[in-house]
Write a protein that binds this ligand. Structure first.
Ligand SMILES: [Zn+2]
Ligand SMILES: [Zn+2]
Length: 186
């Protein structure tokens, strides 16, 4: 059985969170992990109850949307809100953090940053991460084929049962067919 790696699992979580983004300029998701457990997650969006960029357009000043709080900051603030320590934690984020997020991540005591995509990687952010002794690693999200793989396998099983039936249905084949049906798999 193929198990999804932790890196892929947490990165997938961040990509899932990015789908909740309310800013049309870029959809980012971030997951904070401690000892292989998700402790917080965030996506880029406006303050709770605020106007959404997707409804009202972005509020752009000097080429930045100022309405949104970045995913990384939202995840860290979730920890602040509920009193969860971020010291020594790891962060999985869909895009390389901006300079502001970089400083926030360092100050929150996060020790490792995994990012999926390069995004305007600021040399000063790279320098600050290095100086702070924070490990940066690119983890690209691989195609998650667990579900589609299962359905592929299922299709083969059903095909096999049909083929066996055509060869002359035996009690055994009928038993498997009924079993698949009962499980909602045929
Ligand atoms: Zn926006
Ligand atoms: Zn940022």
């Amino acid at each position: 059985m193929n198990r999804i790696s932790w890196d892929q699992y947490f990165m997938a979580q961040s990509h899932l969170l990015a789908l909740r983004s309310t800013c049309t300029r870029l959809a980012v998701g971030a997951t904070i992990v401690r000892e292989k457990r998700v402790i917080a997650g965030g996506y880029n969006g406006s303050i709770a109850g605020g106007d959404h960029c997707i409804d009202n357009g972005c509020y752009v000043i000097e080429n930045h949307c100022v309405r949104t709080i970045h995913a990384e900051v939202n995840a860290i603030l979730q920890c602040a809100k509920f009193g969860v320590p971020t010291e020594g934690a790891e962060l999985y984020v869909t895009h390389f953090p901006c300079l502001q997020c970089c400083k926030t991540i360092i100050q929150a005591g996060i020790k490792k940053v995994y990012f999926a995509e390069n995004y305007k990687n600021h040399p000063y952010a790279v320098e600050l991460f290095a100086k702070a002794g924070i490990e940066i690693k690119q983890v690209k999200l691989e195609e998650i084929s667990l579900i589609s793989r299962q359905s592929e396998e299922l299709a083969v099983i059903n095909e096999m049962v049909q083929a066996l039936e055509q060869c002359g249905s035996s009690e055994e084949v009928t038993r498997f067919k009924n079993k698949l049906q009962a499980m909602g798999l045929s």
